[in-house]
Design a protein around this ligand. Structure first.
Ligand code: NAD
Length: 333
């Protein structure tokens, strides 16, 4: 099997998962890693025997033996390494949100087209079997085209302390924007949104976004950081899609697995990224496998869409504007 040569930039909690997943895949060889935190990048390079470790992304991107770069830096620092990676002839997976500025998202898409390389957003829920099956049920006509959707994504209060560095719409809602755009098969015409900042002066930890698509589909997205840590539920998500011929729904308040100990209750998630015996399972691995296959086969990754991600960022900006203005807003792309 041909191995795609991979570089990873940003090795925090999620970049570390990229590394674990890539390292356990027969389709990938991790050639080099980079994090500006020298201690972190050294520790991971030693643990996984990776020969090349950098603290400056430009050094990694100067290598000509890397075909695919994963970018999992801070949300506001995706743009520069993504553009540089494309300019240096590499395919790119850029984590969500692809950026927090619409102009940058458009520039990323344009650069990829110009350079003949693919850039893919880290919207890995398209690879989670239940979300993927809902799309299949829409397209096949089993539930048919959606009239209405409700998508909820909730995380713990303590996670908000880290991730309030980015607006909730870019950190959480952006996943549901991608799903809603994918399911509706249309562009958002208008947005009305309501934010409530409970534990911060500026960033809302509760955000409701009502979307009306050009084809008439309605979507209501609810994101919050209000799950008490004591509940032991990392992901407290749910979805209901009402189509022309039926409804699809599920709730994901953790797995059936419950660990009860002196610290209370924990429900580990198995659907996104899980490791056992040095190998990984879950949507992240599915996404990375697909991208390595595309890179190795020279095919465009048509299952995912950077154009949808660009529109998602335009809608996210309209959501922020609507929270501030109290009015209906329209996305600018
Ligand atoms: N797809 C998903 O489901 C998913 C899940 C979690 C996080 N994410 C996304 O992944 C990204 C990273 O999140 P995280 O939770 O790992 O954050 P984190 O704070 O744990 O890690 C970020 C890392 O990037 C490094 N870094 C930042 N800017 C850099 C730069 N310019 N060059 C080199 N290194 C740099 C930091 O030193 C840090 O180690 C975010 O965009 C986040 O939204 C996606």
């Amino acid at each position: 099997m041909r191995k795609t040569k991979v570089g990873i930039i940003g090795l925090g909690s999620w970049g570390g998962c990229h590394l674990e997943a890539f390292r356990s895949m027969p389709q990938a060889e991790v050639v080099a890693i980079c994090d500006r935190n020298e201690e972190r990048v050294r520790e991971l390079a030693d643990r996984y025997s990776i020969a090349h470790a950098y603290t400056n992304s430009e050094e990694l991107l100067a290598r000509d033996d890397i075909e695919l770069v994963s970018i999992a830096t801070f949300e506001s620092e995706h743009f520069a390494p993504a553009i540089e990676a494309l300019r240096s002839g590499k395919h790119v997976l850029v984590e969500k949100p692809v950026t927090t500025k619409l102009a940058e998202a458009i520039e990323m898409q344009r650069t990829a087209e110009e350079r003949g390389k693919f850039i893919v957003p880290g919207h890995l829920l398209r690879f989670e079997p239940r979300y993927a099956d809902i799309r299949e049920a829409i397209v096949s006509g089993r539930i048919g085209a959606p009239h209405s959707m409700y998508l909820k994504r909730a995380r713990t209060k303590s996670m908000f302390r880290t991730y309030k560095r980015t607006h909730t719409v870019f950190e959480l809602t952006v996943h549901d924007l991608d799903l809603a755009i994918w399911y509706a098969g249309s562009r958002v015409r208008t947005v009305k949104a309501y934010g409530k900042a409970v534990h911060d002066e500026v960033v809302p930890d509760i955000l409701w976004s009502c979307l009306e698509f050009e084809n008439g589909t309605l979507a209501f997205l609810h994101s919050n950081w209000m799950t008490p840590d004591e509940a032991g539920i990392v992901m407290n998500d749910s979805i209901e899609v009402i189509g022309a011929n039926g409804t699809a729904q599920f709730a994901n308040g953790g797995s059936d697995m419950q660990l009860l100990d002196a610290r209370g209750r924990a429900t580990p998630d198995y659907s996104i990224h899980h490791t056992r015996n040095g190998t990984s399972t879950g949507a992240l691995r599915e996404q990375l496998t697909y991208l390595c296959d595309c890179a190795a086969g020279g095919t465009a990754p048509s299952y995912v869409s950077f154009a949808d991600a660009v529109h998602g960022i335009a809608v996210a900006e309209a959501i922020i504007r609507s929270c501030a203005s109290g009015k209906e807003e329209r996305p600018e792309a």
